[in-house]
Ligand binder design. Structure first.
Ligand code: GDP
Length: 328
């Protein structure tokens, strides 16, 4: 039986990846931070087969203990402080966890390989935010990074460190440059879920207005359930490498509002939406769109769910939750 250790197991991607790996017969270990982590009950409900280990990306010895306990064939580093807007207010903490944490888990994995006399395959969750002020359209593995937030700088560090460990120690360490990926499990601090939740709540009469930032920002949004499949495929290759994972299609926040409000039967969202400068960013990433030709060719990976289906799925899930809370 193959064994995997996932950091960031309580996040959206951690849960989808755990489901995928459990379905493939893996023994799955999840690293959970903090005492009495509030997300543990949800994790136990969604993916009950995961073995929980406690540890923190800031604490190298806790990572060594987790690796020794899990004896993994594969390590997926999904743990990070992941909110771009928050990263300006907490630049140091974001850097410690989202950048320094990658170094810690790479180092722990290297030491574990040495001690146990085994090989481990490593996945780093890199981000399209590293492209920031884009130097090329669409963005591929060879596009130069221009990070525009402390979060993006931290992710660029993690990416380069993963490549450096691969080249320095011959580790099987891959970096997935994932474009925005969403699902009904996305936190409401991200714009897709904020909009899907608001559309459902406005329709139900529970909310009157939706305050947003830049309505003209454009992103390449895919479904998280599709993207975890790409992570796993990367670790099944003979050679570790870097891959852009994206849909290749770009949509604006306005497009997102169109699909979400149409799904609840509201044809004009304008009366409900207000721009609030509090949600504008100090340095915006205007438009991201990925070129996943390499992933199509080498991994045989393609996204299954498109933007419209994704937004509809998210709105329906929020409508269902509100409806079942009312009838309960
Ligand atoms: P990100 O791409 O990782 O930063 O994902 P987000 O979902 O947080 O933001 C995507 C885009 O939506 C960014 O360009 C934001 O500026 C834009 N946006 C506009 N209004 C909002 C808002 O109210 N909240 C968030 N999170 N983003 C918003």
């Amino acid at each position: 039986m193959r064994r995997a250790l996932i950091t960031g197991i309580t996040g959206q991607d951690g849960m989808y990846l755990a489901e995928l790996l459990l379905g493939k017969g893996y023994q799955v270990y999840g690293l959970v931070r903090g005492q009495n982590n509030p997300k543990l009950p949800l994790l136990a409900e969604v993916v009950p087969g995961v073995t929980i280990l406690t540890g923190d990306l800031l604490d190298l010895s806790s990572l060594m203990s987790a690796l020794t306990a899990a004896q993994p064939d594969e390590v997926y580093n999904l743990g990070a402080i992941s909110l771009v807007a928050y990263s300006w207010e907490n630049a140091r903490l974001t850097t410690d966890v989202t950048a320094g944490g990658v170094l810690n888990i790479l180092e722990a994995t290297r030491l574990y390989e040495h001690q146990a006399g085994t090989r481990v395959r490593f996945y780093q969750a890199s981000s399209s935010e590293m492209f920031g002020k884009v130097q090329q359209v669409p963005q591929s593995e060879s596009t130069r990074f221009w990070p525009r937030s402390p979060y993006a700088v931290a992710k660029a560090f993690g990416h380069h460190m993963t490549v450096t460990y691969r080249e320095s120690y011959d580790m099987h360490a891959s970096s997935g440059i994932l474009f925005n990926h969403e699902s009904p499990r996305r936190g409401p601090e991200f714009v897709t879920r904020k909009v899907s939740l608001a559309a459902a709540r406005i329709k139900a009469g529970l909310q009157e207005q939706l305050m947003l930032g830049n309505l003209d920002a454009r992103r390449d949004w895919g479904f998280a359930g599709d993207y975890v499949e790409a992570m796993w495929r990367m670790l099944q290759q003979d050679q570790a490498d870097d891959y852009v994972i994206s849909t290749g299609r770009m949509h604006s926040i306005r497009d997102l509002l169109d699909v979400a409000f149409t799904e609840v039967g509201i044809t004009d969202w304008a009366p409900f939406v207000k721009v609030d400068p509090r949600f504008l960013r100090r340095a915006e990433v205007d438009a991201l769109v990925g070129d996943s030709t390499k992933a199509h060719r080498q991994l045989g990976w393609w996204p299954r769910i498109d933007f419209t289906e994704l937004v509809q799925m998210m709105v329906r899930a929020d409508v269902d939750t509100i409806t079942s809370a009312r009838t309960a």
